[in-house]
Design a protein around this ligand. Structure first.
Ligand code: BGP
Length: 447
């Protein structure tokens, strides 16, 4: 593979709730998302639910055949905590199936599907339950999983759960946001300690959503707003996982309001950092009323809005390359992010654990010719090559996603897959990007 260093991991990422379906099978309990979708149908595009999703729980073997056919050497999936303990057999079979096909299994322990009976991450009992769940996974799967990611995007899930109120538990409460984030980061360190204690063979990490923050104004207040956004969306989580303590400047501002310590208990080193990258954030001071809105329609005129009055707001980027869901397209942002991480945390291996483009496709020959996705991924792969040339130790790229899936608030309308899924029959069909992606990595097609 001449395009990328030897041993480079490449493939796709998925998450249990977004693809599995079978939400009532084999002793699975509700997750907070199942309940949220049932109770707030109008908040999800076309009132979609994850009940059937891609039916991967039944069709997993066919899906693994697809991954093998597409030539990937790694696959990032998440284990559904609400299926435990009974559901562990499913992942045992899935991992065996991956190994038999020569594909490295990369497992995320928590991709937002908190078992509903546990309530939330503020609850100390959730931490104990997570540890017990981690023990079970380490015991049953620890001999084969190649990479463990404790959590997926704690910053994004907490921000939407407790600040914008768009995700469950759908509240607006900054103090609770930090308490829940602390619960997750504490769970991260305890889970790594447990995986190490059980001597699992895989490398240990986490997948963080990281967005380069750009200042969109030129006043002192704008610069302060941009600093806050970077401190609390990126650095709070980065420092919390890499150094086991919250960053000093951000901590000083909040310490009087928080009921926990700056230092996390029993901090554990990372073997690698998973980087989920979609787009940068342009930030300025906000005088606008507090308001949060996410484009879930795919209508380009439907603007995303994030304004915390008196503090900060996300602004429109000065250039116009955006997806139909109003997300900026900025491959250079990924290059800069990776190089910056390399400088801040020298020697820490990096894996791009998510990156991709959501498009308003349909099940048609035309949609299968997804040249826009090819262009998007090619540009981001070139950005990674530049980062590697600048010394960043990037060890893999997992595209979001293997197949069109339940895109949270966007339901099934926003499509990310290399494989298209027929809306009724759920038949899988490869898009042009699937074959292109194979050629890039298997035949060294130039980018
Ligand atoms: C990430 C999540 C994924 C995935 C992706 C695309 O934040 O980890 O689960 O969904 O974003 O986001 P969306 O589906 O909301 O467009």
């Amino acid at each position: 593979m001449s395009n990328f260093p030897a041993g480079f991991l490449w493939g796709c990422a998925t998450a249990a709730l977004q693809i599995e379906g079978s939400t009532q099978c084999d002793g699975r309990v509700d997750s907070i998302w199942d309940v949220f979708c049932r109770q707030n149908p109008d908040r999800i595009h076309a009132q979609a639910t994850p009940e059937r999703a891609c039916d991967h729980y039944q069709r997993w073997s066919e899906d693994l055949d697809w991954i093998a056919k597409l030539g990937h050497n790694a696959y990032r999936f998440s284990i559904a905590w609400p299926r435990m303990p009974g559901g562990i057999d499913f992942y045992d079979r899935l991992i065996d199936g991956l190994c038999a096909r020569g594909i490295q299994p990369m497992a995320t322990l928590y991709h937002w599907d908190l078992p509903h009976p546990l309530g939330n991450w503020e609850n100390p009992a959730t931490l104990d339950a997570f540890l017990q769940y981690t023990q079970l996974c380490a015991d049953r799967l620890g001999d084969r999983v190649s990479h463990w990611m404790t959590l997926n995007e704690p910053a994004w899930s907490v921000m939407n759960g407790y600040v914008t109120g768009l995700h469950p538990p759908a509240v607006h409460d900054l103090k609770r946001a930090f308490t829940a984030a602390h619960g997750q980061l504490q769970a991260h360190h305890l889970a790594l300690a447990e995986l190490r204690r059980q001597r699992v063979v895989g490398k240990l990490g986490i997948a963080l959503n990281l967005s380069p923050v750009k200042c969109a104004g030129d006043t002192r207040r704008d610069r302060r707003a941009a600093r806050w956004a970077d401190d609390y969306l990126n650095r709070w989580f980065l420092e919390g996982v890499v150094h086991g303590a919250y960053p000093e400047r951000a901590w000083r501002l909040l310490q009087h309001t928080l009921d926990f310590d700056k230092q996390l208990t029993h901090p554990q080193p990372l073997d690698f950092l998973g980087v989920n990258y979609y787009y940068p954030k342009w930030v300025a001071h906000s005088q606008l009323p507090t308001r949060f809105h996410l484009n879930t329609s795919g209508n380009a005129h439907d603007k995303c809005q994030f304004s915390l009055q008196g503090r900060l707001r996300f602004c429109d980027p000065p250039q116009t390359r955006k997806t139909e869901w109003d997300w900026e397209i900025d491959p250079e942002g990924l290059e800069n992010l990776l190089v910056q991480l390399h400088h801040s945390y020298p020697g820490l291996p990096l894996v791009v654990t998510e990156n991709g483009i959501g498009l308003g496709e349909s099940w048609s020959d035309q949609s299968l010719q997804d040249s826009q996705r090819i262009e998007f991924v090619a540009a981001h792969l070139r950005a990674i090559q530049k980062a590697i040339a600048a010394g960043a130790p990037v060890q893999g790229y997992l595209m979001w996603s293997l197949m069109d899936n339940f895109s949270w608030l966007n339901g099934y309308h926003k499509r990310y897959g290399l494989l298209a899924i027929h809306p009724e029959t759920l038949e899988r069909r490869p898009k042009a990007s699937a074959e292109w992606f194979r050629q890039v990595f298997c035949d060294q097609l130039s980018l």
